[in-house]
Ligand binder design. Structure first.
Ligand code: 4AD
Ligand code: MG
Length: 460
């Protein structure tokens, strides 16, 4: 039986078997030991009482150290102690795997997140990282539920691609060419000899391929890993992260915003309902304002503000920003934080960004200067979602590609979607890890993905 079920539902008198890892052991002077056992199913430990009469007690108990793994059978009893309803009185105890008390790294009650990043293979055995894994799981499930309950198709778009969706040139190349040998021979790279016969990369987004399905079958979404070789060592960027990207035909930008707002709210609500104990932990130990922040997000309407008005607002704020505020520049994190944390104190959807700072696929507005882009900014995390209405006019799209330095012929299949039955359509991308940061209050994105990939770091 798993410990979450025992702590919640099991009754005194029940015979049970449990398996898990030892958090602590205390030996009483009166000839028995207390073990705190955790199996990852919940934050709470099962208290186990092992009497000296249990067969093999003397030989076994010395191996019951923090980090060791056990299989225990016994009967539940009402616990006289505070803090738990029931405790397990062992009738048999076996050590499955020992953990050398001198060497096991997780001895202290609390370790710094920096230290735990160096032992990322063991950190899920701590309370914080167990809770993060369970919340991340609940968020992923809520994401699927949101779209599945609305009839969206889950589309598995490819990981290897020959197009650069965001046009930012931040792609990891995929090749079977023997680069070391070619460098030795000092020959030119000949991609016709490469596996795909041309340069290929890991995808930065599944959007372009999702558009194929949205303009054939209706509402759909992709949800998978994406890769960006941006050399930024921030608390909000990973080289490998997960993105969920809905794509919807016959939907314009305001409707796209409606979906994004409802989506964020529903995913937060469902996750909170499912992870009550873990969320209380985050609110107590990680960030005392996290539940309040989430209430504020789910209970109020997001502010919707054109980029141009945001620039005016930032300029007249009297704030001394490190990066200059100028129409045509991308917003920096300090600007986003000012808007969401100081000025509005709630999520803000900025839209109609300058054409020159956004990718080729966004629909050009009648002013010619802006595109139908939207970013959802939230307190503490900044940009949570990026999306847009897509350019559905063939001639405008071709001109934009050329302007962005892309060869329209290389995107012939994407242009075909505009040649044959083109429709207005929209979509957005939400970074899963940023959502986990928002919900848990964790400040560093490296702590909300199991094994983070960042510049010079892919150890595990
Ligand atoms: O704004 P982005 O670049 O948008 C797209 O990729 C579009 N193709 C999405 C679409 O319209 N279908 O990325 C979307 C989101 C960001 O708002 C952010 O939450 C996350 O992905 N993101 C990252 N998360 C972690 N590390 C990075 N390096 C990220 N880059 C983007
Ligand atoms: Mg973006």
């Amino acid at each position: 039986m798993r410990i979450n079920a025992i702590l919640k539902n099991a009754q005194p008198g029940e015979q049970i078997d449990v398996k898990g890892w030892v958090r602590t052991r205390r030996d009483s002077k009166h000839g028995f030991s207390f073990i705190e056992l955790n199996d990852g199913s919940c934050m709470g430990n099962l208290q186990v009482v092992v009497d000296r009469d249990v067969p093999g007690y003397e030989e076994t108990i010395k191996d019951v150290t923090t980090g060791s793994s056990l299989a225990i059978s016994g009967a539940l009893q009402e616990s006289p102690g505070k803090g738990q309803r029931v405790e397990l009185h062992a009738s048999s105890l076996a050590v499955l795997g020992t953990a050398d008390a001198e060497k096991f790294p997780l001895q202290k009650k609390r370790h710094s997140f920096e230290f735990l990043r160096e032992i990322a293979h063991l950190r899920p055995r701590t309370n914080t990282f167990g809770a993060i894994a369970r919340v991340r799981n609940a968020i992923s499930s809520a994401i699927h539920n949101f779209f599945q309950s609305r009839g969206f198709l889950y589309i598995h778009t490819p990981i290897i691609t020959t197009s650069d969706c965001e046009g930012a040139g931040e792609m990891f190349q995929v090749t079977t060419l023997d680069l070391a040998r070619l460098a030795q021979l000092q020959t030119e790279l000949d991609f016709s000899q490469d596996f795909f016969g041309k340069p290929a990369s890991l995808t930065v987004s599944g959007q372009l391929e999702a558009e194929i399905y949205a303009t054939s079958l209706g509402d759909c979404y992709t949800f998978g890993p994406t890769f960006r070789a941006e050399n930024s060592n921030t608390t909000r960027h990973l080289a490998e992260f997960w993105m969920v990207e809905p794509e919807m035909p016959f939907v314009d930008l305001p409707q796209n915003m409606d979906v994004a707002e409802l989506f964020v709210k529903e995913v937060i609500n469902e996750t909170r309902e499912r992870c009550i104990e873990d969320m209380d932990f985050f609110n107590l130990r990680i960030d005392k304002t996290v539940l309040e922040t989430l209430d504020n997000i789910t209970q109020n309407e997001f502010v919707r503000l054109p980029y141009t008005e945001a620039i005016d607002l930032l300029k007249s704020s009297g704030k001394d920003f490190e990066y200059p505020v100028e129409w045509g520049n991308d917003l920096q994190s300090e600007h986003e934080r000012f808007l969401t944390e100081e000025h509005f104190q709630q999520p803000v959807i900025l839209f109609d960004y300058p054409r020159m700072i956004k990718p080729f696929y966004m629909r050009v507005n009648d002013d010619g200067k802006t595109v139908r882009a939207m970013d959802v900014l939230v307190p503490r995390v900044g940009e949570l979602i990026g999306g847009s209405q897509r350019e559905e006019r063939l001639d405008v799209l071709e001109a934009r590609m050329t302007e962005c330095g892309l060869e329209p012929e290389e995107y012939w299949w994407y242009l075909d979607l505009r040649r044959y039955g083109s429709v207005p359509h929209s979509g957005f991308g939400l970074g899963l890890e940023r959502m986990v940061q928002l919900v848990t209050g964790m400040t560093n994105i490296r702590d909300v993905i199991p094994l983070p990939r960042t510049p010079r770091n892919a150890e595990f």
